[in-house]
Design a protein around this ligand. Structure first.
Ligand code: SF4
Length: 174
C-alpha cells in the first residue's frame, strides 16, 4: 500500500497542550478531514526551543523584515535562539520528505502572514511573519503551506490537498 503524504503541522492544532497558556488549539476540521489522508509531522517551535509550557506570551517587534521575538511583559528577546533553532529544525525536516505544512495563524513563531507586528514607535500592524514559519518558507520555497484558518473553506482544503499531492509527485515520493 502506498504511504501517505507527510504534512508538517503546528503541534497545538492537533490538540496538544503546548500553547503559552498551557492549552491547545485543536482544529477538528483539519484532524477529521485531512487527518486520515496524511501523516502528520507535528512541530512546536516554542516548546522545542526550550521555552516550556506554560510560558510568557511573545510578540514580534521592530523591523518588518527582521523582527525581534520578545516576551510581552518582561521584554526578554528570544530572537537569536529561535532563529538558530529554526535553521536546524528545517534541515531535520528536510530528511523527512514533507509535502506540505499547516501553520497556526497569528502566532509570532508559526504565522505565515498577518501576524501582529509592533513597530519601534509602538504602532501595531498586521504585517508580521512568524520566525519559524519564515525560516521554513525560505528553506522550502516551493512547498505548499497554509494556515489552519483558511482550510475551513472546503475548496481551500481541496486545493491544498491537491497541491500537497502534486508536490509529492514532483519529488518522486509516491
Ligand atoms: S502556534 Fe506554534 S509555537 Fe505556538 S503553541 Fe502552536 S505550535 Fe507551538
Amino acid at each position: 500500500m502506498a504511504s501517505l503524504a507527510r504534512v508538517g503541522i503546528s503541534r497545538c492544532l492537533l490538540g496538544e497542550n503546548v500553547r503559552y497558556d498551557g492549552g491547545h488549539k485543536l482544529d477538528r476540521v483539519l484532524v477529521e478531514t485531512l487527518g486520515p489522508l496524511v501523516e502528520w509531522v507535528p512541530v512546536c517551535p516554542e516548546v522545542e526551543v526550550g521555552l516550556g509550557t506554560p510560558r510568557e506570551p511573545m510578540r514580534l517587534v521592530g523591523d518588518l523584515h527582521e523582527p525581534r521575538l520578545i516576551t510581552i511583559n518582561t521584554v526578554v528577546d528570544h530572537t537569536d535562539a529561535m532563529n538558530r533553532f529554526a535553521q536546524q529544525r528545517v534541515r531535520e525536516l528536510e530528511a523527512l520528505n514533507l509535502s506540505g505544512f499547516i501553520f497556526k495563524s497569528a502566532s509570532p513563531s508559526c504565522g505565515i502572514s498577518g501576524v501582529p507586528l509592533v513597530s519601534a514607535r509602538g504602532i501595531e500592524t498586521p504585517d508580521g511573519v512568524g520566525l519559524f514559519a519564515r525560516a521554513f518558507m525560505e528553506h522550502f520555497p516551493l512547498m505548499p503551506v497554509e494556515e489552519e484558518s483558511r482550510l475551513h473553506d472546503p475548496q481551500s482544503m481541496k486545493d491544498f490537498l491537491e497541491r500537497v499531492l502534486a508536490y509529492r509527485q514532483s519529488r518522486n515520493q509516491v
